[in-house]
Design a protein around this ligand. Structure first.
Ligand SMILES: [Zn+2]
Length: 66
């Protein structure tokens, strides 16, 4: 019995995507207590986040291969 595949799914990384930079941003600034983030590069509030797969699908972002 192996749980290698389930462990992989459980560790799906969350990524942040700036819709103004049109790219993944590494260290967004959290705004107060809300689940809102500002882009650390352009200061835009238009930062979305989700799993790498979800962001990739939704924004069709070109994500760097790990
Ligand atoms: Zn940005």
């Amino acid at each position: 019995m192996t749980d290698e595949t389930t462990a992989e799914v459980a560790e799906a990384p969350i990524v942040f995507y700036c819709r103004d930079c049109k790219k993944i941003v590494e260290d967004p600034v959290k705004k107060g207590n809300k689940y809102e983030y500002s882009c650390s590069v352009c200061k835009s509030d238009r930062v979305s986040f989700g799993t790498r797969q979800a962001v990739s699908d939704f924004f069709q972002a070109k994500l760097p291969k790990k």
